[in-house]
Write a protein that binds this ligand. Sequence first.
Ligand SMILES: *[C@@H]1O[C@H](CO)[C@@H](O)[C@H](O)[C@H]1NC(C)=O
Length: 295
Amino acid sequence: MFISLRLAALCFWVLLLDLCGIIKTLGQSNGSGVVRVVVKEGSDAILPCSLSTKENAESKLFDWKKDGPKEVFFYDAGLHSNNGRPGQDQQFKGRVSHFQDDLKYGNASIIIRNTKLTDSGDYSCDFPRLQPRQIFHIQLVVVGASPKPYVTILDEMKDWALLQCEVRGASSKPTVEWQDSAGNKLPAEEPQVSERGGSFYITVNTTVKKTDHYRCVATQEEIKHQIHTETFVYIGEKLFSSGDVTGWFFGGIILGAVILAAVLVLLVAAKFITVRRNKGAAKERHENGEGEIMT
Ligand SMILES: *[C@@H]1O[C@H](CO)[C@@H](O)[C@H](O)[C@H]1NC(C)=O
């Protein structure tokens, strides 16, 4: 009776601990037990792996692999991929290290420096000799930073302008929005999103009715990357507005007439100077001639 009570209490605690474990895992990951790490291309990524028991791992064996068989980092009681242990995949040569000082707390995390898009994938951290065996799964996502948006004025009238912003090829989907010079988000049409070869193409149009500096901002929240392009838009009557064909036409005529007049003036002036010079030269020659006759 006493023993079964103890057992029941123990079961209760085991259940509770289990539940805590599950909740903790849910908190750390996306629910599937896989930890997700997202980094910007070119930066360093720390892939976490810690023994639940926190027992010293300095004399243990652990093995980091990518997408199944690819050797990332191997450690066996002090001998590892960076001090002579062969077998590391070429892709990771010289870019991966463990944290020696953290091993005694069961922390077998690694760092991958200067990440490339191709480093994205599913990693496993395996302690194959532990009883029970412990294996952890980490998903690494390396995100290319979004390029600068392209901004065009699609249409322009005297009291409004239609602006277009295009992000051409971002490796993760950025949010794209229009802002005025005060940083207020402008109401815009529904963004058009397409995906080609793993790259996102996003177009957002907006109509503005005031003269201002407008900017199109692309944000990739998960890698804290933001980039924008600014454009100045003048709203109002213009002498030669770019959307106004008659303006260009008359502008062209006036410009042509001005150039023609300038050329004529130049020609006349040149002729006048030439005539004057010729006259002067003739006079000189004449004077010299007289002199010669005199001698
Ligand atoms: C393990 O070590 C790494 C590197 O020092 C650290 O960033 C990480 O927080 C550690 N993890 C735990 C659970 O202590």
